[in-house]
Design a protein around this ligand. Structure first.
Ligand code: AMP
Length: 560
């Protein structure tokens, strides 16, 4: 393993690196920096955000800049405004001790006038998005005649975002003898075309895989029924109480829906998608960075450029349309020496995609079952104990109450007290998960529980009937209202004059009885009891149509 000292960087850069606290070069820096200092060759690096690639290309660029001249010597192209800002901020830290080196960022979405004013003042390094850079080249505002180095950063992302024409135009507008550096996590065909067309015998540096498939990312998948994906997501979130991760969805709508549901279910979550204004987006990101949000639900496009090094999980709620995006998503975790877990939530039809993904990442994916209630309760208990150990005690604030509290709890032994405190937290989860079904799908494609398409139903008596003017729809509403948070199946409903019968998924039996302990219907106290009274045979006045479709969903939003 080499050191920064051995790379041959000038003292002002070494000082900046020291200020930043970088101790050792990352693999891509170790390979690219000496190569770029030694020759003006073109270079291709397989590397994505998180590998230290910004320093890998910018340190050699800065070292070789002619400080006395103010003409543009290096142009770095990034796919998004966010990445432009990140890259230029990083470069600004490297040029901290070189006051004559200047950098300007130009990107869409900001008024052109301010950027043009800066351009008129001159700078040696420009960081920009392809659209805005091309725009300025076309209007003759950006003169690249003396450009020495062009960096295509996150080249694959720039192409996916539709910048191909802008890139072509920029590549044509820059001097032929310039040095071109291409950084990309993946090398799809269009990138290979760019390489063939515009690059000259490039050196290849392969460091991106370090962040993609190396030991620090565990690639896992789970197979569940499509309708159980959300429940499985919550199980994983409950199983990892300290989760700090991104849940990827395919569309803005799904992103919004899932984030909303998670928030309603009491999780610390929010959504990041293309319908947000820049200010809203920044607000969400600020909270996520500060860990005020634990789970960020995002689309691939919206999550581009998220630069957080300590995410514990990346969850693929939907697999991306393009396989390469799987690599980009997963690489958001396991960065900067941390370990991370990627969980792909697959429905039964998507299971065959595992092979393809494995081929792409060059690594086996581990099938992980959805945690069951018992496992979750155990994890939550451990986490609670950790929190008790770590909680900051505000001695002065709590002092005035302590004498009273101690005398009230005096009769309890330490063991008894511990049991009670722990139960306060534990009971909540125990109760919630007591009837939790096994969401895992067996080899035969069924849920791991006893069900076979139609759940096992329990039959209930309810003291409300037609004389209360109740319809089956009203009864379903009543069940849903009082069983909020449970996604249960409803079976047959039998309305009689003074009372009725209904069926629901047997797994929810005890929860239903609990939920109906204190319920009124139109001012009358409701009684619900389990009944083994058989269904009426024949002569039922219940509409035939409904009997043919005996089970519908309890449509509630909260927990399973
Ligand atoms: P990048 O891949 O350029 O987006 O860098 C990811 C993060 O790693 C940034 O926050 C850098 O400041 C940080 N970083 C870059 N190089 C090193 C290094 N050698 N040691 C520690 N952190 C680094």
């Amino acid at each position: 393993m080499s050191t920064f000292q051995s790379l041959g960087l000038r003292k002002e850069l070494m000082k900046a690196i020291e200020d930043l606290g970088f101790e050792q070069p990352t693999p891509v820096q170790e390979k690219a920096i000496p190569a770029l200092l030694a020759s003006k060759s073109d270079l291709i690096a397989y590397a994505q955000t998180g590998t230290g690639k910004t320093a890998a290309f910018s340190l050699p660029i800065i070292q070789q800049i002619d400080e006395k001249s103010k003409h543009i010597q290096a142009l770095v192209l990034n796919p998004t405004r966010e990445l432009c800002l990140q890259t230029s901020n990083e470069i600004r830290k490297f040029i901290k001790h070189l006051p004559s080196v200047d950098i300007i960022s130009v990107y869409g979405g900001d008024p052109k006038e301010k950027q043009l004013r800066q351009l008129r003042k001159g700078a040696q390094i420009i960081v920009g998005t392809p659209g805005r850079v091309h725009d300025f080249i076309r209007s003759n505002k950006l003169k690249l005649g003396q450009l020495e180095t062009l960096v295509l950063d996150e080249a694959d992302e720039m192409l996916t975002m539709g910048f191909k024409d802008d890139l072509d135009a920029i590549l044509i507008a820059t001097p032929e003898e310039k040095q071109t550096l291409l950084f990309s996590a993946t090398m799809p065909k269009d990138i290979q075309k760019i390489v063939r067309k515009y690059m000259d015998d490039p050196i290849t540096v392969n460091a991106g895989t370090e962040n993609i498939s190396a030991e620090n990312i565990e690639h896992t998948y789970t197979v569940v029924k499509a309708r159980d994906k959300y429940l499985a997501l919550k199980r994983f979130a409950d199983y990892h109480p300290d989760i700090y991760g991104i849940v990827f969805c395919r569309t803005r709508r799904d992103t919004k829906d899932i984030a909303d549901k998670l928030m309603q279910d009491g999780y610390s979550a929010d959504a990041l998608h293309g319908d947000l204004s820049q200010a809203q987006r920044e607000h969400v990101m600020k909270r996520f960075r500060a860990r005020q949000i634990q789970i960020l639900v995002a689309t691939d496009v919206a999550a581009r450029g998220i630069d957080i090094n300590n995410l514990t999980h990346v969850i693929h709620f939907h697999l991306p349309d393009q396989n390469e995006a799987y690599i980009h998503r997963s690489g958001r975790t396991g960065r900067a020496g941390n370990s991370g877990v990627s969980i792909a939530l697959l429905n039964t039809r998507e299971k065959n995609k595992v092979r393809m993904l494995e081929k792409m990442i060059g690594k086996k994916m581990i099938q992980k079952p959805v945690p069951n209630g018992k496992e979750i309760c155990a994890q939550q208990l451990l986490s609670f104990i950790d929190r008790i150990e770590e909680v900051k005690v505000e001695e002065a604030e709590i002092e005035p109450y302590l004498a009273g509290i101690n005398s009230k709890l005096e009769h309890l032994s330490k063991e008894e007290l511990t049991k009670r405190i722990v139960s306060m937290e534990f009971n909540r989860f125990l109760e919630y998960y007591q009837d939790a079904p096994d969401l895992n799908v067996s080899a035969s494609g069924k849920r791991g529980e006893k069900r076979s398409g139609r759940p096992e139903f329990a039959r209930f008596y309810i003291n409300i009937g037609k004389r209360d003017n109740i319809t089956p729809k009203d009864l379903i509403k009543l069940l849903n209202r009082n069983m909020e948070g449970h996604n249960f199946d409803i079976g047959e409903i039998d309305l009689l004059r003074n009372f009725s019968f209904f069926e629901i998924d047997k797994e929810y039996q005890s929860r239903l009885l609990k939920a109906f302990k204190n319920v009124d219907y139109k001012g009358r106290p409701v009684t619900v009891e389990v009944t083994d009274k058989p269904k009426r045979s024949g002569g039922s006045k219940f509409p035939k149509k409904r009997k043919k479709k005996p089970h519908r969903k309890g449509r509630s939003k909260r927990r399973d």
